[in-house]
Write a protein that binds this ligand. Structure first.
Ligand SMILES: Nc1nc2c(ncn2[C@@H]2O[C@H](COP(=O)(O)OP(=O)(O)OP(=O)(O)O)[C@@H](O)[C@H]2O)c(=O)[nH]1
Ligand SMILES: [Mg+2]
Length: 437
């Protein structure tokens, strides 16, 4: 066991961090190195407002069904907890309800696993009604199997770090009322999601392609969003600065318009409860025509992060969407890394979103993708339907426009998907459309 101590001078919660590597290689699905995994756990802890007072790294051969770590290791942690007067132990793994319960009893302090820590951070950062509902739902989903009458340490479980958590009142109630609360939350979320769905439909009525910024948390997605649009999204050197998606229009230099979406960052071991609860937020990513993956080129585990992002994209059903790779923060690296792992990306740009270097190349890449996607279509619209003609001008590149016998014959180019939408709307309005090439 390796151990490291930190200097603490704050009255906030004090945490012992426990990094875990399974010697059989089974536990850590992501291949972050143990040092990097511990560094990430430390950043998560600090983001949650907890002060790390000591960190240990443990290699285990077998996961103990009762306590996750073997008895000897638990003893070692207990000793460190006593020495440092820590109030919480953060374990970089996924604990079953029984393991968490038993560890809490043995260590006599709160024990949080990675999922609960991430849930806590999301809880503290959620700003919008939808975000708050989604997080509470995920927290209760996590809490439900951990609620047992036999457990006398409930108060240690539900509270999370600090005073957050799904609310102290839930701790006193039984499973049934938690289930009822989950039902009510689902209902309220469904209402909020209907409104979001309407907004999305309104946007879809204007046939612009949607481009979503995706990437590991802290890669610089929001910085790029702000540099390209007037979104004014919060940028912070903290994990999960963004929880809600923001969509803005982006006018490309060639005159075309796309919708650009900034959304929540990914991380290794994103709790499945969160992915489930954030389905509607992640819908922006799932429905995007093009993904722009922002990568922090200065991060030591950049390749692993890229792989993790790919995994989450597959999990939410966006694994097949075309993707551009944006190698960000090149101002922090001497020799910008070659983008080895993502040969499947359509294109790669090297940029510094904060200084603005390389931004024209990103726009050019998006334009190139639009061009490659484009098909030509010919439509005949009655001259009286100026609204449809104007709509076509907004959503497609009009190549030719002739007026004869009370109708306009328009040749335009648009992406495949937009061409489909144009055909559908115009045919619905009784106009003729001709095959594309
Ligand atoms: N040096 C440098 N720092 C950058 C660059 N781009 C972003 N940053 C910094 O990286 C940190 C994270 O930036 P964000 O834009 O909030 O990252 P994000 O991907 O939106 O992060 P989440 O919302 O947490 O997922 C901030 O401190 C930014 O100032 C860059 O090109 N160079
Ligand atoms: Mg962000």
């Amino acid at each position: 066991m390796t151990r490291h101590s930190y200097t603490v001078d704050s009255p906030a919660e004090r945490a012992v961090l426990v990094g875990v590597t399974c010697a059989t290689g089974g536990e850590r699905a992501a291949g972050l190195s143990s040092e990097e995994a511990l560094r990430e756990l430390e950043r998560l802890a600090r983001t949650a407002g907890v002060i790390p007072v000591a960190s240990l790294h443990q290699t285990i051969r077998r996961i103990s069904p009762a306590t996750f770590l073997g008895r000897g290791k638990v003893e070692e942690i207990a000793e460190v907890v006593r020495e440092t007067c820590a109030s919480v132990v953060l374990i970089d793994g996924s604990l079953s309800p029984a393991q968490q319960r038993n560890l809490t009893t043995r260590l006599d302090v709160k024990v949080l696993d990675r999922s609960q820590l991430i849930l806590d951070i999301f809880a503290a950062r959620a700003r919008t009604l939808e975000g708050k509902l989604q997080v509470e739902l995920a927290q209760l989903d996590y809490l439900l199997p951990r609620l047992t009458r036999a457990w006398t340490h409930l108060s240690r479980l539900g509270g999370g770090v600090g005073t957050r958590g799904p609310g102290e009142t839930q701790l006193e109630v039984d499973r049934r009322s938690v289930r009822e609360r989950i039902q009510r939350l689902r209902g309220r979320l469904a209402d909020v999601e209907r409104t979001r769905g309407l907004h999305r439909q309104e946007r879809a009525a204007v046939p612009y392609a949607t481009v979503a910024l995706v990437g590991y948390t802290n890669a610089g997605k929001s910085t790029l969003m702000n540099a390209l649009t007037d979104a004014g999204v919060l940028v912070e050197d903290k994990l999960f600065a963004t929880l809600d998606s923001t969509v803005r229009r982006l006018d490309l230099p060639g005159g075309e318009r796309v919708m650009l979406a900034d959304t929540v960052g990914f991380i290794h071991g994103l709790p499945h409860q969160l992915v489930e609860a954030f389905k509607s937020t992640l819908e922006e990513v799932r429905r995007a025509d093009l993904l722009v993956q922002v990568v922090d080129a200065s991060h030591p585990e950049v390749e692993e992060q890229t792989r993790i992002v790919k995994g989450v994209l597959e999990e939410i059903g966006a694994g097949e969407t075309p993707m551009l790779l944006v190698w960000n923060k090149i101002d922090k690296v001497d020799d910008p890394l070659p983008p080895g792992p993502e040969a499947s990306a359509l294109d790669v740009c090297r940029i510094s979103a904060s200084s603005g270097t390389g931004l024209p190349a990103v726009l050019a890449c998006i334009e190139r993708w639009l061009d490659a996607e484009r098909v030509t279509l010919e439509v005949v619209v009655p001259s009286s339907r100026g609204d449809l003609v104007a709509w076509l001008h907004r959503g497609a590149k009009v190549l030719d426009e002739r007026y004869e016998d009370g109708s306009a014959r328009i040749t335009a180019s648009a992406t495949q998907k937009m061409a489909g939408q144009i055909r559908k709307r115009l045919q619905g309005a009784g106009c003729s459309t001709f095959p594309t090439h």
